[in-house]
Design a protein around this ligand. Sequence first.
Ligand code: OAD
Length: 248
Amino acid sequence: MTAPVSFKPELIAALRDARLIAALTGAGISAESGIATFRDAQDGLWARFDPRELATPEAFARNPKRVWDWYAWRRERVAAARPNPGHYALAELEGRASEFALITQNVDGLHQRAGSRNVIELHGNIARVKCSREGTCVERWETRGEEVPRCPSCGALLRPDVVWFEELLPADALAKAEDAARRCDVLLVVGTSAEVYPAAALPSAASAAGAIVVEVNPNSTPLSHSADYLFSGAAGVVLPALLERLRV
Ligand code: OAD
């Protein structure tokens, strides 16, 4: 049986009084929805697949079909998944907060499907497809046999609207995330290994600006030693318990 999670009254008070609560999420929050994380040693995506062959501009230039098919497979997995109690708890927290910013590295759209509204997507969204030349999003495309579909306006190959290694993050999303990190009173860091920059720099930016940093992760990360509060458990257990505590 899982031990009940207990929260210090100071943390509950800080959440109740906060003008801005921010959350930074990573693949771990979607693990309980059946979406694989990246760095888990057994079943993480990067333990089973080589990111250099699938998630870089060079990989796409070398073998666009392999990259397209891999993202199409992941897109199907995401479409079949459902938000879990961790996603719903963050959506409910947004409803209770004066201002709330949900910064996510995830491309699965599960926060939005759980009802979160102010979602800042740092790494794009796997459901969207864009032109590899112009960067414009494309709603409809034709598939000819086994070929990677092409942009209806310019004929270049289409690609997923996600950030690959060696690519810059969308500037507006990064600016909003950095602003929220600087202004927030509490930052919840949930289900991220805190290894991929620039997202991994947000907790220290928040902390330097005076925010309380709370980590929720069953495993330790480079952030764990400096977090103000550390909850070593699954997001789908800790976050609903936190909401329960805020309700009373
Ligand atoms: P990682 O796979 O690096 O880390 C997932 C984290 O979630 C780990 O620290 C786990 O311990 C934790 N975790 C696992 N199950 C959990 C649960 N039920 N509740 C809470 N935490 C749990 O994923 P990210 O940190 O998101 O980038 O990875 C960052 C980026 O690296 C991704 O956005 C992706 C990847 O390469 C791109 O594709 C650009």
